[in-house]
Design a protein around this ligand. Structure first.
Ligand code: ADP
Ligand code: MG
Length: 845
């Protein structure tokens, strides 16, 4: 780097000596002072020398040492954003991308035009952007359009220790881009930043970075001692324990912020409310005049008002008339892929299954009615789906005379550092989505976190002074039941979306240099599901002559290729099966409806379990509730079609009421779900319109009710995406022991599971028990239940899943005959479906 060789030196306002070509920033004095306290500042020279001499470096540093906020600034000052090139930083969480771009821009005294962010559906980048924070999914998408990342001089993969799938894949791809850029004489640098010392998966993996091994730079933050206090016993109700502990700290211990770690949004909100009630504030927030907080509040109100206005601008609905082929050919040559930065990514480890109390409900701090009370507590929630302005509140000092208490999910573990925390209360729990690799059944489990995570959490108490960490579990549990490290995400969830994306990027899936390769069986079952969905063709085969018991990764040949449908599916920012529903609905002019269905399927609990306002006796309530659901299902005038059609009707009706809260609640709909669905519909509609401009579907949230024919087509579309989730009713004759009859009530058989699955009480289909259905997924409580069930006709299976059917040769009777209208000889065949060989009605071919 020419600039580094320059011998003339100058000093900047850190008083350190810099080469003359350094870009000098005009930082405020307060910022400069705060920066100088960060441990990473003393490593600036070492870091810059390492990155100038190597293509890849790894920076390991304690959380809060200044990696995310400072390294981009070092690079900027060293000239890495010159000549129209950008510094790119990826984050696994949206929260971090937004909040860090704001913080860095502020510290550098630059605008959001220069330090910008880009996440899946929004961003503020401009042609002048020089530092770009983005989610890892966004960069993966950019690689497809610009395979050597020409716009960047350096890429930072932040929070690499989280081992998010997209970050892992990015590191694999970048390991191949770097030599290409080097050969072109325009080197691209890669900085991998991690909060934990466990970086061998990156540095020792010779398939990733052969020679030289990337140097590891350590940044030791001066940490103060944190005293760990274990509970003697480990009690079940950690929420109650956390409450008690926070109260005790507040009442008995010297001043200092409290940080509580729980598992999800709902728990966080519950504890926030409880603590606010116990230690209410003495004044209303508005009375804390001039405080930043009220400014935030005001802005939020304004934003809300604005959103309301835009939501009202409606456009007449125009149904597009496009065939699948048009759709596929409308895609750019190398399908303009998009990355499924789906709900999964959106919520990080905060489960989106939480019903999430409405934010407004917990917005107001409780107000004390009495004068003589304990010291008020300034209690703030923190989780990843909290709006950014409310997240920012945790960085502000609490109002005078109060104690700060932040109740957080594990976003506060490493991505965000909260100042002045002295006490950590650790539930030791984390919410994980657990998949059964063979059955694909998914469940949210609250489990013990890892020892590494628990230690991270404890460390949050010792940043500015000695602190204390209260673990709500015993040391025996910590030693015996906690894993040492949390496993990489790629080893924990189905990777269908990843396989499809990689296929459409023409990347070798089986021999890809993953930092931690997924299980071969996992890849194979993803490929199988994608083949069933019609996204891939052919299969993975062992190289000839290798005995099946001895197959290794390198003995496998991947013969699969992506189909036109697969490319179309991959173009949507959704799981492949939903992409398929959207791609297919195109040819039937049903996109606006399918968009609504897909949106509804990705938002949990649209229908309330117990409707607000129906609170007489339990029995009455249940009955009324049941009737309400049935009325949604349109009983009487049309046949029951299933839960998905109920969802569609609900959304349609709610939108005709303008999404009115009271109306929603009276009719058993969760108001927040309706507004979230609307948001998602807008985003998806925008996305589709960008993808295929000719399509131009309207942004109107209102839609006319479906005709009978449309409803039928929609059920076929739903089937097309759930073709691997077909279930058949268990009939009386199948039950051998009549005593077992009660046990088999509402039971269905699936192709994959030995055990029966059941229609849940929330399904409208219980009243009619159709023989053939498809379900969205299976969840397990005391039994296995199907979620969102739709009625199908068995003869559709031969059309939508011919690969899963076996057909006999043409039957003799009824005799084959000539059909004039079709100009075809029509004959009949018997058909069977799936591995269970379920008999289907004869098909005409
Ligand atoms: P690391 O990436 O090493 O974990 P960061 O760069 O995120 O560390 O944080 C460095 C410091 O900057 C921390 O003390 C943190 O509290 C502070 N900081 C980060 N974001 C903000 C913000 N939005 N407002 C105030 N301080 C912040
Ligand atoms: Mg960081």
């Amino acid at each position: 780097n020419a600039e580094m060789d320059n011998k003339s030196l100058i000093t900047d306002n850190t008083n350190s000596i810099k080469p003359v070509n350094y870009v000098i920033l005009n930082r405020s004095e307060a910022i400069q002072k705060a920066r100088l306290k960060l441990p990473i500042l003393s490593e600036e020279q070492a870091i810059m020398e390492a990155i100038n001499e190597n293509s890849v470096i790894v920076i390991v540093g304690t959380t809060g040492s200044g990696k995310t906020t400072q390294v981009p600034q070092f690079l900027y000052e060293a000239g890495y954003a010159r000549n129209g090139k950008m510094i790119g930083i990826t984050e696994p969480r949206r929260v971090a991308a937004i909040s860090m771009s704001q913080r860095v821009g502020y510290e550098m005294n630059l605008t959001s035009h220069e330090v910008s962010y880009q996440i899946r559906f929004e961003g503020n980048t401009t042609p002048d952007t020089q530092i770009k924070f983005m989610t890892d999914g966004v960069l993966l998408k950019e690689i497809q359009l610009d395979p050597t990342l020409k716009k960047y001089s350096v890429i930072i993969i932040d929070e690499a220790h989280e081992r998010s799938i997209f970050s892992d894949i990015l590191i694999g791809i970048l390991s191949r881009i770097i030599p290409v850029r080097l050969a072109k004489g325009k080197p691209l640098k890669l900085i991998i930043m991690s909060a934990t010392l466990r970086v061998e998966d990156f540095t020792e993996n010779i398939r990733l970075f052969k020679n030289p091994k990337p140097p590891v730079l350590k940044v030791e933050a001066r940490m103060f001692d944190v005293t760990i206090h274990y509970n003697k016993r480990t009690l079940e109700d950690y929420l109650e324990e956390a409450y008690k502990k926070a109260c005790k700290i507040h009442r008995q211990l010297p001043e200092g912020g409290i940080l509580v770690f729980l598992t999800g949004q709902q728990e966080v909100n519950t504890l926030v409310k409880k603590l606010r009630r116990t230690f209410p504030m003495q004044k209303t927030e508005a009375e804390y005049e001039g405080s930043k907080v009220s400014a935030f509040r005001k802005r939020r109100c304004e934003m809300k008002q604005k959103r309301k206005l835009t939501a009202d601008t409606t456009k007449k609905i125009v149904l597009p008339e496009i065939k699948l082929d048009d759709f596929v050919s409308a895609l750019p040559d190398d399908a303009d892929m998009d990355i499924a930065e789906d709900a999964h990514q959106d919520v990080g480890n905060d489960s989106d299954l939480d019903l999430g109390d409405d934010i407004d409900e917990i917005e107001g701090h409780g107000l004390s009615k009495h004068k003589e009370l304990e010291q008020p507590m300034w209690v703030l929630p923190l989780y990843s789906v909290l709006p950014p302005d409310r997240q920012q509140m945790v960085f502000q000092p609490p109002p005078e005379g109060t104690r700060l208490c932040i109740v957080a999910t594990n976003v506060a573990e490493t991505s965000l550092t909260i100042p002045n925390v002295k006490y950590v209360v650790d539930s030791g729990k984390v919410k994980e989505k657990v998949y059964d690799k063979t059955t694909g059944v998914s469940m949210f489990h609250v489990t013990w976190t890892s020892q590494a995570s628990a230690n991270q959490r404890a460390g949050r108490a010792g940043r500015t002074a000695p602190g204390h960490c209260y673990r709500l579990y015993s040391s025996a549990v910590f030693n015996d039941e906690f894993q040492t490290f949390s496993p990489a995400e790629i080893q924990q969830r189905p990777i269908d979306d990843i396989v499809l994306i990689m296929k459409s990027m023409k990347l070798p899936v089986i021999n890809f240099p993953f930092p931690t390769p997924p299980d071969y069986l996992q890849i194979r079952s993803s490929m199988k599901r994608l083949t069933i969905l019609g996204a891939l063709k052919e299969s993975v085969v062992p190289i000839k002559g290798v005995p099946p018991t001895k197959i290794r990764r390198k003995d496998i040949k991947d013969l699969t290729y992506i189909t036109a449908l697969g490319k179309a599916m991959a173009a949507f920012p959704l799981a492949p099966r939903y992409g398929k529903m959207l791609a297919l609905s195109h040819q039937h002019s049903l996109l606006p409806y399918t968009v609504a269905i897909v949106a509804a399927l990705t938002i949990p609990e649209v229908l309330l379990e117990t409707p607000v306002g129906l609170q007489q006796s339990v029995k009455d309530t249940q009955k009324q509730w049941h009737n309400l659901r049935l009325s949604w299902a349109g009983v009487g005038n049309s046949r029951l079609l299933g839960d998905v059609m109920v969802l569609l009707r609900c959304i349609g009706a709610a939108e005709f009421q303008g999404g009115d809260r009271t109306w929603c609640e009276k009719n058993g709909l969760r108001h927040k779900a309706i507004t979230e669905i609307r948001k998602l519909r807008r985003q998806l509609t925008n996305e589709i319109n960008l993808l295929i401009p000719s399509c131009d579907i309207a942004l109107n949230p209102k839609m006319p009710p479906t005709s009978d024919e449309q409803a039928l087509l929609l059920r076929q579309i739903v089937l097309s995406g759930l073709i691997d989730h077909v279930a058949r009713r268990v009939d009386d004759w199948e039950i051998k022991d009549p005593a077992d009859k009660a046990k088999w009530k509402y039971a269905y058989r699936t192709q994959e599971l030995e055990e029966p699955v059941f229609l849940p009480s929330s399904s409208v289909l219980r009243v009619y028990m159709p023989q053939w259905v498809v379900y969205q997924d299976i969840y397990e409580t005391h039994k296995m239940f199907m979620r969102n069930v739709t009625v199908i006709e068995p003869q559709w299976l031969a059309v939508f899943a011919p690969e899963l059917c076996s057909f006999t040769p043409p039957l003799e009777s009824p005799e084959p005959c000539y059909d004039e209208t079709k100009d075809l000889v029509v004959c009949h065949r018997s058909a069977k479906f799936g591995s269970g060989s379920w008999e289907l009605p004869d098909v005409e071919v």
